[in-house]
Design a protein around this ligand. Structure first.
Ligand code: FAD
Length: 331
């Protein structure tokens, strides 16, 4: 166990692989550790017998804590809290951070409430000023940013927006030791038990993790036309997103929905096809690095946030784009 200041990064492992957002959190943790004079502990919670992926031990952490218990086989926030809270209380990390994934969004507030400490969710920037940690996140559907400063309680709990804290550097590759810990969880006392996990059929790339998203709105006109988006997505290695009315109409599943009541995404490239650009949609995608909009209405509000705009019929433009990208990318 480390005696100095620690930053804990809770790492999500799915089907033997580290979630990209957890690698981003390790990168953010390492940067913060330099500014706070702390060291990073990567924390992986699994059932016994599950191996910790090598990437956890080679991405900037100085130690890896592998907390194990049979109740941690599937995601269960109550079991995780039972496993984590005593370790946090015993080891006093300054900061506990994790991705703002579905799991992180459920675990972080419950953990903060259990420990009676402060929480900043969906952070897009972390700074240290005069030794004090400040966390920035969007508010009012992305129209403004707020900066949090934590009080005296520790740890500060943070969730990080996926795709924001990416590292351009290849990790040093130094492998640090994994410390196994057996959690004590009163199995019969848990109020929540996971009986079965059912994987969604034909699951594609998660839009929150995709570097490129091609997203369709009501301008796609009918569900069959989404095949044009699927074809472009295939060529670009992208995920397909959708506006809310598209999802409400049952043309696409809810996990595709981008916006205030859907998912928040920050890809490198967001191609909005037949999407008007309502404020509730912008809330979910305006932090994309480059936005391309295709709309037949030159006054559509989406053009106010777009870096590149194409005025025209999306059903004519998409096949041309797909063919051109195929040529350029040799697909
Ligand atoms: C509380 C609340 C929460 C909401 N949450 C969300 C949310 O999470 N996500 C979300 O997306 N919305 C959300 N909405 C709905 C939002 O207000 C808009 O109604 C919605 O985003 C509009 O979707 P759209 O752009 O696909 O459709 P429309 O507004 O109907 O726009 C269609 C666009 O397609 C263009 N178009 C039509 N035909 C073509 C063509 N052939 N070629 C090119 N362009 C064409 C039109 O010019 C138009 O700009 C929410 C609303 C409320 C009140």
């Amino acid at each position: 166990m480390s005696d100095g200041k620690q930053i804990w990064v809770l790492v999500e492992v799915l089907a033997g692989a580290v979630k990209p957002v957890s690698l981003e959190a390790l990168h953010a943790g390492t940067t913060l550790a330099g500014e706070l004079g702390a060291a990073v502990t990567a924390v992986v919670c699994t059932a016994p017998g599950v191996a910790v992926p090598e990437a956890v031990a080679t991405n900037g952490a100085s130690r890896v804590l592998h907390i194990q218990h049979a109740a941690l086989e599937a995601f269960n926030s109550l079991a995780l809290i039972e496993a984590l809270a005593p370790q946090i209380q015993a080891q006093n990390p300054e900061v506990v951070m994790m991705g703002a994934t579905n799991h992180g969004k459920e675990l972080a507030p419950a953990l903060a409430a259990k420990l009676g400490v402060g929480l900043a969710t969906d952070c897009i920037a972390l700074d240290v000023e005069g030794g004090v940690l400040k966390a920035r996140r969007p508010v009012y559907a992305g129209k403004a940013h707020i900066t949090f400063q934590f009080g005296d309680t520790r740890p500060c709990i943070l969730t990080l927006r996926p795709n924001v804290f990416r590292s351009g550097e290849t990790p040093a590759g130094k492998t640090v030791p994994v410390e196994p810990v057996t959690a004590e969880i009163a199995g019969n006392g848990l109020r929540l038990k996971v009986k079965e996990v059912v994987q969604a059929a034909g699951r594609k790339l998660d839009i929150t993790e995709a570097r490129i998203i091609v997203s369709g709105g009501m301008g796609m006109q009918k569900p069959e036309n989404f095949s044009l988006l699927e074809e472009l997505a295939e060529v670009l290695g992208a995920a397909v997103g959708a506006s809310r009315p598209v999802v409400d109409n049952g043309w696409r599943e809810y996990s595709n929905q981008v916006g205030q009541t859907g998912r928040t995404v920050s890809p490198d490239l967001y191609i909005a096809c037949g999407i008007s650009g309502a404020v509730q949609h912008l809330a979910g995608m305006s932090s994309s690095r480059c936005i391309v909009a295709i709309n037949k209405d030159p006054n559509a509000p989406i053009f106010d946030v777009a870096d590149y705009g194409i005025v025209g019929d999306v059903l004519e433009i998409l096949p041309v784009m797909t063919a051109e990208f195929k040529k350029v990318l040799h697909k």
